[in-house]
Structures are given as C-alpha cells and as structure tokens.
Design a protein around this ligand. Structure first.
Ligand SMILES: Cc1cc2nc3c(=O)[nH]c(=O)nc-3n(C[C@H](O)[C@H](O)[C@H](O)COP(=O)(O)O)c2cc1C
Length: 349
C-alpha cells in the first residue's frame, strides 16, 4: 500500500505545540515528533513498508500506530482511495495556492447560532468589549467639504434609497416578470466583446474582473406565478430557466443555516462561483478576492430589481453549503456557492 501526506495541511505554531490543520476535512491536531517526521517524509507516494527504512530512529510499532492515527485524521492519504481522488482534483485545479485554499475551504462550514442566541451573546459581549465605532467622522469643519444633499430623488436614486432588508415575509407569490427582471438586470449577457485570439468576453450590467464572468445563478422556486416549483439554472445567454430538479425545493431554512424567517420566501437565488474561469486568466491568489467581490455587484442589482417590484431580495451569507450544493448539483474544487438572495413579498404591516 502506498501513502502520502494530504496536500491540505497547514502547520501552525501554537504555544509550545506544532499544530496541523487540514482545511479540506476541517481537522486540527497537534503532532508528536514521530508524526511530524512521518509527515515530513511523505511528500510523495511512498510504500508503507519502505517508511521504516526512511525513519531509522523510530520503532516499527510507533510508526505503524502514528500512520494509523494520521490516516484517521485525514493527514495521510491512501493511494487509489476516494480521498486520493479529491487530492488529485485539488492539485490539478486549484491554482491560487495554499493560503486562499485554507481560507476558502476552511470558511465554508460553520455552525450558526439562532438569531436570538446570537443576539443575547452580543448583548453580553458588549458589556465587557464595546463594539468599535461603525462610522468614521470628518472632524475638520474648516477644510471638510460640505456636499449637497439631493432632496427629490428621481430614478435610479429612489429605488436605491428604498432598498431594505426585510425579513417579515408574506406567504404570497411573486411574478415570473419580477423574477425575470432580477436576472435580466444582473446576470444576463447584454453584449460580447470579440477577442478572436483568446476568447470572446460576455458583458453584463454588472462588472466582472477581466470579463471572466465566473458566476452562474440558480434559483429555488417555491411560489412564483408562471414557474412551477423546482430548482432551476439561469442561462445568462438565453435568459431562460433550465430545470435542474422539478418539484418543491428543500425548505429554505434547511438551505440557509436554519434561518426560519426564510420559510415563506417565494424563491431563493444562489450565486455560484466558477473559480476556474478566473484562474485560467489570473494565476495570482488576489483573483480569489476579486471573484468574491463580484457576487456583491450582481446581488446589488438583484436587490434593486426586486425593490422596483416592491419585493425584497434579502442578502444571505449564512448558508448550509453542502445542502445547497446537493440541491443545485454543483460543487467540487473550483465551484462554490457564495451568496444567496431571498426573494419575497415583504410584510410591511
Ligand atoms: C454579505 C452579507 C451577508 C448577509 N447575511 C445575512 C444572513 O445570513 N442573514 C440575514 O438575516 N441577513 C444577512 N445580511 C443582511 C444584513 O443583516 C443587512 O444588510 C443589514 O442588517 C443592513 O440592513 P439593510 O440591508 O436593510 O441595509 C447579510 C448582508 C450582507 C451584505
């Protein structure tokens, strides 16, 4: 049997300990000198029988028991296993280095507290650790330039000013026309920039780093007149919804980290990043940041389109990634759901 160390290991020094973190399987463990030495030697596929020859100062028993433990922790990978396939996929497709990988994969799972529990913790925290100020004033009246304030706002300012996150939703449908506008004014391809030598670049109403357009949008429809319940992919080129899975989608709180206020929403749009599109052009890790920023541009236009229809498109970052990716049929090393917009009819009573 051949083994090697996982390519998802980050080593940290904490107090007097050497701590390993595997960002793919979310395991953190401290290593004794034997384990450390074993991992150091296992940079490439190595026959397990040959390992004791590489580690002359260590007994066969201590090597075997460390290897077993490190396998359990996902730090050592066995050749021809599913884990080895995942390692290969990562090695071949993630071009942005270990730090963005640790940030990306390490930040994808997380336990979210219910809103009330989170609030009461913050009430306690504020007592001994006041929040930093949430805005910065200019304090030089002599030199500060006083800007004119627009009194009567015409469009698009009026819609921009009306946008609000409202979580009290009515169990009422939205129209297909409103859903269509949310997509047309954020994601639809409106033009192409010809580039016969590299690749033609799709242009949209929202900007995209290098015109790489890494995002695809999906929508889970629960209550939209004119669109049967189901999971759909939005085609930015044709402006169509393609059925991914017909029938009622999973309950929205299941997809959105238990947020019960989402259950009456009419639909939820998910923005899914295809990092390979950006990686192909930009090999530097900073392109990861640019890709995330882009979701904000798209989301803002969706929110404004929804506001125009007196609907909400509430932005949501707290997501149950695995459940969403299973529902949409997306995922893997270079594809990830990044942002959700909860569409619905606000209850303003
Ligand atoms: C990136 C991002 C993630 C957010 N995630 C959530 C979320 O998971 N749940 C939620 O209820 N609100 C979420 N919000 C909404 C904010 O709480 C809301 O924007 C904020 O309270 C300000 O209110 P406003 O949108 O009406 O200006 C998110 C907003 C942003 C920008």
């Amino acid at each position: 049997m051949r083994i090697k160390r996982s390519n998802a290991l980050i080593v940290l020094l904490e107090n007097d300990q050497i701590v390993f973190h595997n960002f793919r399987v979310q395991q953190t463990f401290s290593a004794n000198p034997t384990a450390l030495e074993i991992l150091r030697r296992l940079g490439s596929w190595t026959d397990i029988e040959a390992l004791s020859g590489l580690l002359p100062g260590y007994s066969r028993e201590s090597i075997d028991s460390s290897v077993d433990r490190l396998k359990e922790l996902g730090a050592i990978i066995v050749e021809d296993s599913e884990a080895a396939d995942r390692e290969d996929a990562f090695e071949q497709s993630w071009l942005w280095g270990p730090f963005t990988a640790a940030f990306h994969f390490g930040g994808r799972t997380g336990d979210y507290l219910a809103a009330e529990a989170a609030d009461s913790l913050l009430v306690q925290q504020a007592k001994y650790l006041p929040s930093p100020p949430l805005f910065t004033r200019n304090t030089h009246p002599g030199t500060d330039v006083v800007l004119p304030v627009r009194e009567s706002a015409a469009e698009p300012f009026r819609t921009m000013a009306r946008r609000r996150t409202m979580r009290r939703l009515r169990d009422e449908p939205m129209t297909v026309a409103a859903l269509a506008d949310c997509f047309q004014f954020s994601m639809a391809i409106t033009d192409m920039l010809d580039d016969p030598e590299i690749v033609d670049l799709p242009l949209k109403m929202t900007p995209s780093g290098g015109g790489r357009n890494p995002y695809e949008a999906y929508v889970c429809v629960r209550n939209v007149t004119g669109v049967p319940p189901g999971v759909y992919h939005y085609s930015a080129m044709e402006h169509t919804l393609g059925a991914v899975k017909p029938g009622p989608p999973p309950a929205f709180p299941v997809l959105l980290a238990g947020q019960t206020w989402t259950e009456k929403a009419a639909a939820v749009i998910f923005l899914v990043a295809n990092f390979d599109r950006a990686m192909w052009k930009y090999h530097q890790p900073a392109a990861y940041n640019a890709t995330l920023i882009e979701a904000g541009h798209i989301a803002q236009n969706i929110m404004l389109a929804a506001t125009t229809h007196d609907l909400v498109a509430d932005p949501v970052g707290a997501m149950t990634i695995e459940a969403i990716e299973a529902a949409l049929g997306v995922g893997g090393v270079t594809q990830a759901v990044i942002y959700a917009l909860v569409l619905g009819v606000p209850d303003e009573s």
